[in-house]
Design a binder for this molecule. Structure first.
Ligand code: SIN
Length: 326
């Protein structure tokens, strides 16, 4: 039976426009509607087969400016469509800059059982829609191919012919069209000439995970969690200022520190973080290295919790842990 493939537009470079078609960097993100983008996708008919592509504009934003409320809005729309029996999959067009955060957020926010039945595929572009050679149309075609692939499931990202899993995907280049990587995990698969070649199995979400109550979370607000980076010459001053917010700023509830190497932290910064922890602020240590995560005694010494995620994803995980704890 023919089903719908829903394309949700969030903005980004994929929907960007420059004054001049030769300009791939001086453009404004989030200008072209997702329905118009859909019309420029080569081979969309082949990608969706008998299914019907439909679209909805959720946001029209440069993803560097995304707010938590945009995650809530997107989650509600994805959930709405996934619950429809005649929807096969959801594809989201999104800016590249914070795509990995939205992907990870959705992988935590949506019910595991649902993700194991229908795929949600984020895609993007590094060249604006107005470019002489935009990469968005092909990325959208590849995302549609993945969305309609028999057995596809999970929270996926498709860019430059590669398929990634939300937990591992990371933007690694500010200009190249193949701007994403998944570190040691590598891509889940590739899309070649409109065909999917899987390298690993589709992700399996925890079927018992119910998903987040976004309406309630939005009403309460997510706790403030900041990300700090250890570096030569680091000090505790930034932590001390976080502990003394100016009037009107939310109190900090958590800090993710991206340590050097195996999560090591400058002694002055570490002392300030220990002070923060004694004052009730949850501190999580990750590594600022591109590959791997904190291992061995640094992970087990009990001083700070340790998450095997990138710093920006650890921030989301810590916000959700803090919510759960209250
Ligand atoms: C954005 O993230 O919205 C702009 C940059 C991009 O999509 O590449």
């Amino acid at each position: 039976m023919a089903k719908k493939v829903v394309f949700l537009g969030m903005g980004g470079t994929i929907a960007g426009k420059a004054q001049n078609a030769g300009d791939n960097v001086g453009y404004t993100a989030g200008q072209v509607g997702v329905q118009q983008l859909l019309q420029s996708v080569p081979g969309l008919d082949k990608a969706v087969g008998d299914d019907l592509p439909v679209s909805e504009q959720v946001c029209q934003i440069d993803s560097k400016d995304l707010e938590h409320c945009d995650w809530f809005t997107l989650t509600a729309r994805v959930l709405h469509h996934l619950q429809m029996p005649d929807v096969r999959a959801v594809v989201i067009t999104h800016g590249t800059d914070t795509l990995e955060e939205t992907a990870y957020w959705l992988s935590r926010a949506l019910p595991g059982k649902m993700l194991n039945q229908k795929p949600v595929v984020l895609t993007c572009a590094m060249r604006p829609a107005s470019s002489l050679a935009p990469d968005g149309p092909t990325n959208m075609a590849d995302a549609a191919t993945v969305a309609c692939f028999q057995g596809a499931r999970g929270l996926l990202v498709v860019c430059a012919g590669k398929i990634f899993e939300a937990a591992h995907v990371q933007k690694v280049h500010p200009y190249r069209v193949d701007a994403f990587d998944a570190g040691e995990a590598g891509p889940l698969g590739v899309v070649e000439e409109g065909s999917v070649r899987l390298l690993f199995n589709w992700p399996n979400a925890d079927a018992l995970r119910p998903g987040l109550d976004c309406a309630q979370l939005q009403a309460r607000g997510l706790p403030r969690v900041e990300v700090l980076l250890n570096h030569a010459g680091a000090s505790g001053a930034i932590v001390r200022s976080l502990l003394n917010p100016v009037e009107g700023d939310a109190p900090v509830r958590g800090i993710v520190v991206a340590g050097t190497g195996n999560g090591t932290i400058h002694k002055d910064l570490e002392a300030a973080l220990q002070l923060a922890q004694r004052q009730g602020v949850r501190v999580v240590r990750v590594s600022r290295c591109a590959y791997g995560c904190v291992v061995g005694s640094a992970a087990a010494d009990g001083a700070f919790a340790h998450y095997g995620l990138s710093a920006v994803k650890a921030r989301i995980a810590l916000m959700l842990d803090l919510v759960e704890a209250t």
